[in-house]
Design a protein around this ligand. Structure first.
Ligand code: C2E
Ligand code: MG
Ligand code: MG
Ligand code: MG
Length: 288
């Protein structure tokens, strides 16, 4: 192949790889620095009760304000943070931050924090979560932890043991991005999840794509018979909202109600909850 392609092409490919490696390495160095120089910020996206229209919870979503590159998406740096182990200190910081903010909110509003597989392997997860609760004064029942199937796939015995310890503390456990993995249904039998978040890829197809509608219907039916709350992720239109409403989802989350907001903005949103309005405030600092 290399002869037919010509040496030039091959060398060019190598250079390209090299450039990518270098970019990755420089991002990794920046990531290490970023924790120390306080470049991370936690945003909060409301989750709404379908029946009452009230905010029941907010999801903590980390943001990185890079001094030269501007906002970097978590889709870009979380995988790198996982590979390098930096997700462990970063994850602990996010937990502390999120619990501290949530402690200021009306007491019926819970906080949902995403956990990465690497945090489960660190051996320090339960103490770190406990510390975040104690130092913020947030009751365990107001904390919800979101995990994906990736947490359960490798070394699942110890992951399940940790999940049980967290649940015994009174923390709720949600299965995130449901439907995107391999054997989702089996996991529902092996751990008593409190909540299933139906991945936005299914919700965004509603109501016109029959397959997605059938899957949402099946997941809601199964969840409700198991006593599990369902959240529709990524609701962007009125049409999608009426679809998830008629399918019986418990909650929804998405740009239709609100984009993720800064800590200050979410605090104001929650204190204005007495007069519910559709809040379409945008993530003004975020480039999309
Ligand atoms: P996720 O946990 O499934 O979070 C939901 C993502 O969907 C967020 O993207 C949110 O901004 C986005 N979203 C919400 N509503 C809509 C909508 O109506 N339309 C569309 N198109 N998107 C919507 P974000 O903040 O970019 O985060 C992406 C992923 O990065 C998260 O997916 C999660 O897997 C990961 N992540 C974010 N923050 C953290 C964190 O603090 N820790 C860990 N371990 N992972 C995080
Ligand atoms: Mg999540
Ligand atoms: Mg999700
Ligand atoms: Mg997702």
């Amino acid at each position: 192949r290399s002869k037919a392609d010509g040496g030039g092409t091959y060398r060019f490919f190598e250079l390209d790889m090299d450039a990518r490696m270098q970019a990755r390495r420089s991002l990794e160095l920046d990531l290490r620095k970023a924790i120390v120089t306080n470049e991370f910020e936690v945003y909060y996206q409301p989750i709404i009760d379908v029946k009452t229209g009230a905010v029941t919870s907010c999801e903590a979503l980390v943001r990185w304000r890079h001094p030269e590159r501007g906002m970097i998406s978590p889709m870009e740096f979380i995988p790198l943070a996982e590979e390098t182990g930096l997700i462990v200190p970063l994850g602990e910081w996010i937990l502390r931050q999120a619990c501290t903010e949530a402690a200021k909110w009306p007491s019926h509003v819970t906080i949902a924090v995403n956990l990465s597989p690497a945090q489960f392997k660190s051996k320090n997860l339960v103490p770190a979560v406990t510390k975040a609760l104690v130092s913020s004064g947030l009751p365990a029942k107001r904390l919800e932890l979101e995990i994906t199937e990736l947490v359960l796939i490798q070394d699942n015995e110890s992951a399940f043991a940790i999940l049980h310890q967290l649940r015994d503390l009174g923390i709720r456990i949600a299965m995130d991005d449901f439907g995107t993995g391999y054997s989702s249904l089996g996991y529902l039998r092996s751990f008593p999840f409190d909540k299933i978040k139906i991945d936005q890829s299914f919700i965004q197809d509603l109501p016109h794509k029959e397959e997605s509608l059938a899957i949402v219907r099946a997941v809601v039916g199964l969840s409700s018979s198991l006593g599990i709350v369902t959240t529709a992720e990524g609701v962007e239109t009125d049409e999608q909202l009426s679809s998830v409403t008629s399918e019986g989802c418990t909650e929804f989350q998405g740009y239709l109600f609100s984009r993720p907001q800064s800590a200050g903005d979410i605090g104001r949103t929650l204190s204005e909850q007495a007069t519910p309005t559709i809040n379409t405030a945008s993530e003004s600092t975020e480039t999309r």
